[in-house]
Design a protein around this ligand. Sequence first.
Ligand SMILES: *[C@@H]1O[C@H](CO)[C@@H](O)[C@H](O)[C@H]1NC(C)=O
Ligand SMILES: *[C@@H]1O[C@H](CO)[C@@H](O)[C@H](O)[C@H]1NC(C)=O
Ligand SMILES: *[C@@H]1O[C@H](CO)[C@@H](O)[C@H](O)[C@H]1NC(C)=O
Ligand SMILES: *[C@@H]1O[C@H](CO)[C@@H](O)[C@H](O)[C@H]1NC(C)=O
Ligand SMILES: *[C@@H]1O[C@H](CO)[C@@H](O)[C@H](O)[C@H]1NC(C)=O
Ligand SMILES: *[C@@H]1O[C@H](CO)[C@@H](O)[C@H](O)[C@H]1NC(C)=O
Ligand SMILES: *[C@@H]1O[C@H](CO)[C@@H](O)[C@H](O)[C@H]1NC(C)=O
Ligand SMILES: *[C@@H]1O[C@H](CO)[C@@H](O)[C@H](O)[C@H]1NC(C)=O
Ligand SMILES: *[C@@H]1O[C@H](CO)[C@@H](O)[C@H](O)[C@H]1NC(C)=O
Ligand SMILES: *[C@@H]1O[C@H](CO)[C@@H](O)[C@H](O)[C@H]1NC(C)=O
Ligand SMILES: *[C@@H]1O[C@H](CO)[C@@H](O)[C@H](O)[C@H]1NC(C)=O
Length: 590
Amino acid sequence: MAASLERESWQYKGIGASQEDATHSPSSKTANSRFWNVLMKAAMIILTGILLWVSYSILANRIMLMMLARVMLPGSHNCSHTSTKVPQYFQTYPELWAGPTATGRAPFLAQTNPVSFAATATFVPTNPLETAVPVVGQNQNESIFHLMGHLSPYFSNPNGFGVAEFPLPAGANISQVQMLSRHGSRYPTTGSNVQDLGDKIAKYSGKFQATGLLSFLNDWKYELGAEILVPRGRQELFESGINHYYQYAQLYNPNSKIIVRTTTQDRMLKSSEYFMAGFFGLQWTNNATIEVIIEGTGFNNSLAGYNNCMNSNNHRNMGGRNATDEWVSIYLKDATARLQVMITGFEWTIQDTYAAQTMCPYETVAYGYSAFCNLFTYDEFVGFEYAQDLYFAGSSAFQSPTGRSVGIGYVQEIVARLENHTLGYSGSQINTTLDNNTVTFPLNQSLYFDFSHDTNIMSILTAFGFEQFNEFLPSTHHPGPHNLTVSHLEPFGCRLDIEVIKTPQPLGPDRVYLPGKEATYLHFMLNQRTLPLGLNFPECGDRIDGWCELDVFLDVQKKSTALADYDYSCNGKYDAPAYGAITDGAPIRL
Ligand SMILES: *[C@@H]1O[C@H](CO)[C@@H](O)[C@H](O)[C@H]1NC(C)=O
Ligand SMILES: *[C@@H]1O[C@H](CO)[C@@H](O)[C@H](O)[C@H]1NC(C)=O
Ligand SMILES: *[C@@H]1O[C@H](CO)[C@@H](O)[C@H](O)[C@H]1NC(C)=O
Ligand SMILES: *[C@@H]1O[C@H](CO)[C@@H](O)[C@H](O)[C@H]1NC(C)=O
Ligand SMILES: *[C@@H]1O[C@H](CO)[C@@H](O)[C@H](O)[C@H]1NC(C)=O
Ligand SMILES: *[C@@H]1O[C@H](CO)[C@@H](O)[C@H](O)[C@H]1NC(C)=O
Ligand SMILES: *[C@@H]1O[C@H](CO)[C@@H](O)[C@H](O)[C@H]1NC(C)=O
Ligand SMILES: *[C@@H]1O[C@H](CO)[C@@H](O)[C@H](O)[C@H]1NC(C)=O
Ligand SMILES: *[C@@H]1O[C@H](CO)[C@@H](O)[C@H](O)[C@H]1NC(C)=O
Ligand SMILES: *[C@@H]1O[C@H](CO)[C@@H](O)[C@H](O)[C@H]1NC(C)=O
Ligand SMILES: *[C@@H]1O[C@H](CO)[C@@H](O)[C@H](O)[C@H]1NC(C)=O
């Protein structure tokens, strides 16, 4: 510890200097020198006192700094770089000679942006990561990275969800935003098929011979990590934080500190930290406190709702997996035959083909490039995307018996915030210890930032009742364009933004003000595109902007808890429903 060494050497120097003075003094013989001797001694005592006081106050300061750092920084970073006692040329904080530091007006793009879909206008959302991989059958305007389902690096849904985007009408204000974000790009999760392929290739190493496009496999090794964010994942959350700052900065009161919620998993905590760094800058601990909700089997956590929902993790929720397997055996038949001739001494199966295709997105975000990507045609990536749609539909959405129950806790939390109350009951997986308390479930914020997982966000959309995602998806063929396109819903770093908007008068369905009093609306945006509330909840009306009156929406949500049927869905002993038997995200009561 450079800091404590520095303190010791300072003390040593001080004591040394006074000893030198003391050995000098007895050699004097005159009265004058006696007087000087007394004076010197007095000065010495005072000096020693001052030095001791300085040393102790430095020590006390340092202890306080260390304690503060522990309290303030959830990652418990080392404090040497934040110390005020390092030499000036090593000190980065507090800043010295920082130059002028005035910040300008906070932006509020969501409120001021003149969004237009007119023929002469250009709509430009954020760009995804791209690498130049030759893919057979791909047009200039297309990208396989937009066809990777939940493994797609973040990109904004290019097609929208059924309505266009509009600027806020004159006189309207956004008064609150609740964001729910997925973590960023990561390594494979435990039990992933890519790990299995890696193990198999290692097992047959030296015994197989690969040629052509597969020849790279002869000296390829599986070297991916597990679960944590890759650099692209950090960038996604940092950029999302920046994007949200541009959209909503004026909703933050610089004199307040907000609570943001994530889970204890490493990638979840780090995702929230990178987001905060993007939104507030590196001194974000002045502006936000991260609440980490325990993510582990048996714990209640609305941001990881499956943990307390037994049936979501057992044979009762296998319809999606089975539908995916069936589709994989169809769309990867040709590719498997193609790859089998390129490898000898290795029994290459259709599941190996699927794992090889899954390796492409994982290696791309981990290394920036993957030789697995151009083993497949553009159409085969269209098939890959669809395999994820089947999986999400059957395991987390309307075709899953636990589709609604896994997401219901978070829906209850959103409603509670909109209705300004805490949650002290436990009909779902919310943690009432946290939610029954305004310290850990505050109600006075205009910005709420929560962090969760892909399947959990799919279940939250299901629990709200976004029925535009409930259409049956066949496992035998690709049905063409369809709403439940996982790349558009749950790419890495995906985000749902729920805006509360106040208008001076009621705003008609065609966005013309009607006579009347002030009104409040909700506007749901998923990946920077509007989710049309009226399409999903007819009570909201057929509005061109997809908004819904707050009271109407809250009224619609009164049914959600009953529809989720939490206890039966999660703990009931019903027969495992085959894929397609369930249509409303909950088991059918006989
Ligand atoms: C903090 O310092 C200790 C001891 O020098 C070191 O082991 C640890 O890795 C450091 N932690 C961080 C986050 O830098
Ligand atoms: C790209 O352009 C081609 C040719 O105009 C069109 O058929 C295709 O649908 C476009 N693809 C996308 C993803 O927009
Ligand atoms: C964060 O908090 C600090 C200290 O209160 C404040 O000076 C700063 O303006 C805040 N940051 C933003 C982005 O508002
Ligand atoms: C609720 O959260 C608290 C605080 O983290 C924790 O101690 C408790 O175990 C949690 N309860 C459940 C049932 O998850
Ligand atoms: C929310 O409720 C608290 C106490 O119950 C109250 O002080 C506050 O004004 C309410 N806020 C809103 C926006 O209604
Ligand atoms: C919620 O808090 C209230 C007031 O502190 C208390 O009376 C109630 O028992 C709590 N409920 C639960 C389920 O913890
Ligand atoms: C956790 O959830 C269960 C219902 O699934 C509930 O019975 C229990 O009270 C909850 N515990 C807490 C601390 O919220
Ligand atoms: C909410 O209230 C708490 C407790 O009074 C306060 O510390 C916090 O700054 C408030 N938050 C906002 C955003 O005003
Ligand atoms: C999406 O769902 C809506 C409502 O069910 C439907 O009208 C629309 O055609 C669907 N869009 C696609 C591309 O399937
Ligand atoms: C919007 O904000 C402005 C400025 O604070 C205020 O004058 C106006 O009344 C607000 N409008 C509504 C509908 O809340
Ligand atoms: C899934 O497939 C397995 C193996 O074919 C089968 O035993 C099981 O019943 C199927 N489950 C569902 C829910 O369809």
